[in-house]
Design a protein around this ligand. Structure first.
Ligand code: SF4
Ligand code: FES
Length: 248
């Protein structure tokens, strides 16, 4: 396949940035999207040009680092996959492909296609955990009966990989889908009840302080989420928040 790539280049956080054209040829339809970028980078290095900076780690849909906005969609044209799981057979020979970083105030661009998502870490640190006594008398988690439906919903919420596609695809740059998944995975389990009030209040407070926007129920986040995190988590977080506000 021969393609024209239009890639966002930005030297650092202060640079204005611009789209630069890169023709690539000899791309196999069986290559992953990131392998295609590897081919381009190899060519750039051989020409002694600066390679394109992009985030990646696991390359199998687990770590959530491959944050690419491809042809105007978070993680590209396919649904329920990350950019690293996207293959070049999803494109046609001769295509022009636009590749940009996530765009949100709370995700400032570090370089080219890499954004700083430490705002997500700070939201998680504000309450996305449970305190467990690990001094040797920890209760076996399997000894606590949990209703199957709740266990399944908690597990579904826990599949959020923190990629940020929900923020990038939201017209308000809202992080509600991410935060609600992190709140829900504990709210549905007995182990999460001890800190439930503080958790939701602190995580929502941190979310607002980081500069994420409000949710206006558009639903783009759910459509673009590679893990299929449901909007029902946002409804659950709103209920948790209301109840915690009365208590707190
Ligand atoms: S909710 Fe989905 S889109 Fe948002 S961070 Fe989690 S996995 Fe990514
Ligand atoms: S590189 Fe880990 S999810 Fe894409």
């Amino acid at each position: 396949m021969n393609l024209t790539l239009k890639i966002w280049r930005q030297k650092d956080a202060n640079d204005k940035g611009k789209i630069v054209d890169y023709p690539v040829s000899g791309i196999s339809p069986d290559m992953s999207f990131l392998e295609m970028l590897d081919v381009l980078n190899q060519e750039l290095i051989e020409k002694q040009e600066e390679p394109i900076a992009f985030d990646h780690d696991c390359r199998e849909g687990i770590c959530g680092t491959c944050s690419l906005y491809i042809n105007g969609r978070a993680h590209g044209p396919s649904t329920k996959i990350t950019a690293c799981q996207l293959h070049m057979r999803s494109f046609n020979d001769g295509d022009t492909i636009y590749i940009e970083p996530w765009r949100a105030k709370a995700f400032p661009v570090v370089k080219d296609l890499i954004v700083d998502r430490s705002s997500f870490d700070r939201v998680q640190q504000a309450g996305g955990f449970i305190s467990v006594n690990t001094s040797g008398n920890t209760q076996d988690a399997n000894a606590i009966p949990i209703e199957k439906d709740n266990a399944d919903r908690a597990f579904d919420a826990a599949t959020c990989i923190g990629c940020g596609a929900c923020v990038a695809s939201c017209k308000n740059s809202s992080a509600m889908l991410f935060v609600s998944a992190k709140v829900s995975q504990f709210a549905l389990l007995p182990q999460g009840q001890v800190e439930a009030t503080d958790r939701v209040l602190n995580m929502v407070k941190q979310m607002d302080e980081e500069g994420f926007g409000n949710c206006t129920n558009t639903g783009a986040c759910e459509v673009e989420c590679p893990k299929g995190i449901s909007l029902e988590n946002i409804a659950r977080m709103n209920r948790e928040y209301l109840a915690a506000s009365f208590k707190g």
